[in-house]
Design a protein around this ligand. Structure first.
Ligand SMILES: [Zn+2]
Length: 172
């Protein structure tokens, strides 16, 4: 086993321990470049210490995503979409803490995954609260759904099987 293989093995072992201790999916952790940076810098950080670091990262990314997606929703629909993320820090009952928006938990750890989950939550909120389909594909006038496409979060149109727009695009 060379040094890179050993590094990768230790990284995965560490992620699996975090998954077990904090109930954060190892797959979600592996998708986030900042998690690998933490491992490269600090090595196998104990789960309880990592919990606070992860909470802060994920809370900041979620707050950014909520601000961006709710602004787009408000401008597009003209409705009040003033949602704030709920942020429950890690404690003995919830070792990984809890993050979400509009009654939907956010599970992802990377910016793109978080943007997709937040977009989905805001879309559901707009539909449930106002009975409004948002957003719609400008070409086909039908609803679109958020998904990961390459390294971007996009609104995907199933009618035309194409990307409608980037989730982070702000309209004016
Ligand atoms: Zn379309």
């Amino acid at each position: 086993m060379d040094i890179e293989q050993r590094y990768e093995r230790d990284f995965i072992t560490w992620l699996e321990r975090i998954e077990k201790d904090l109930h954060i999916s190892a797959q979600d952790l592996k998708s986030a470049s900042w998690v690998r940076e933490v491992f490269t810098t600090h090595g196998e950080l104990p789960s309880a210490r990592f919990a606070h670091l992860a909470f802060e990262h994920r809370a900041n990314l979620t707050a950014d995503a909520v601000a961006s997606v709710t602004t787009a929703a408000r401008l597009d629909t003209g409705r009040d979409v003033s949602l704030a993320p709920y942020l429950v820090p890690p404690d003995e009952h919830l070792p990984g803490g809890s993050i979400g928006v509009a009654e939907s938990d956010v599970h992802a750890c990377d910016p793109v995954g978080i943007l997709v989950e937040v977009a989905d939550a805001v879309q559901t909120f707009v539909a449930d609260t106002y009975g409004v389909v948002w957003p719609v594909c400008p070409d086909h006038r039908s609803g679109v759904h958020p998904t990961r496409h390459g390294s971007d979060a996009v609104w995907w149109c199933n009618t035309g099987r194409h990307m409608s727009e980037f989730v982070h695009s702000l309209r004016r």
